[in-house]
Design a protein around this ligand. Structure first.
Ligand SMILES: Nc1nc2c(c(=O)[nH]1)N[C@H]1C(S)=C(S)[C@@H](COP(=O)(O)O)O[C@H]1N2
Ligand SMILES: [Mo]
Length: 199
């Protein structure tokens, strides 16, 4: 009897496999938004880092765009099962934004214009794992895809990549964000198919 465990299709046991289990490839770029697209004028845009009360860091668009940037190529995996490989973005690394933030708080809640939130462990947004993107395929990021700027955390399902991101709050304990409150997994590893929380 051939029994193949779910983990067998994962990245470690299948070197070179590009698609997480249960995903299909798409070449277009679907738009998935839980509400209307906010339009944020650049002179109003800001990104802040706070520790639940005290603001630790703040950038307006000008100071944000003076930070060092990188070009990255990453794969996107949406929990609704589409994946898009080798997307090209212009980004500022969270490592740059967090460079002189000294904290022992292990979690973060990311906030967006339009009130979307999503939670992430701080260890998952440092060490070249998360970025704030402002260009896609060489052009300014379209509002539908999160422009002026969105979070990108490509090693987790795409709902963690908050569009229209405006800040992060450091937290002592993990707390569910928008989709996590509605039953999506607290962590969301696509290679382990962490789509929804167990009942
Ligand atoms: N602010 C905000 N960010 C969001 C969402 C949203 O509804 N609002 N949807 C998430 C989900 S479920 C997905 S799959 C991706 C979709 O990004 P895209 O529309 O650029 O494909 O954005 C994520 N970030
Ligand atoms: Mo999604």
């Amino acid at each position: 009897m051939a029994i193949i465990s779910r983990g067998f299709a994962g990245r470690r046991s299948a070197p070179g496999a590009e698609l997480p289990p249960g995903q299909y490839l798409t070449t277009d770029f679907p738009v998935l938004s839980a509400g209307p697209t906010p339009h944020i004028p650049l002179h109003r845009w800001e990104f802040t880092i706070d520790a639940g009360g005290s603001t630790l860091k703040r950038w307006d668009w000008k100071s944000f765009r003076e930070l060092p940037t990188e070009s990255i190529t990453v794969d996107l995996h949406c929990v609704t099962r589409w994946s898009k490989l080798r997307t090209i973005w212009e980004v500022v690394s969270l490592d740059v934004l967090l460079a002189d933030v000294k904290t022992h708080l292990p979690y973060a809640m990311f906030h967006s214009y339009g009130d979307y939130t999503t939670n992430l462990p701080l260890k998952d947004v440092v060490n070249k794992q998360a970025w704030i993107a402002f260009k896609y395929n060489g052009a300014d990021l379209e509002p539908e895809h999160g422009g002026p700027a969105r979070l990108l955390v490509p090693h987790l399902y795409l709902w963690k990549s908050a569009k229209w991101v405006k800040g992060m709050t450091l937290m002592p304990h993990d707390k569910p964000g928008f989709w996590e409150n509605l039953g999506y997994h607290m962590y969301g590893d696509p290679w382990k198919e962490q789509r929804y929380s167990e009942e």
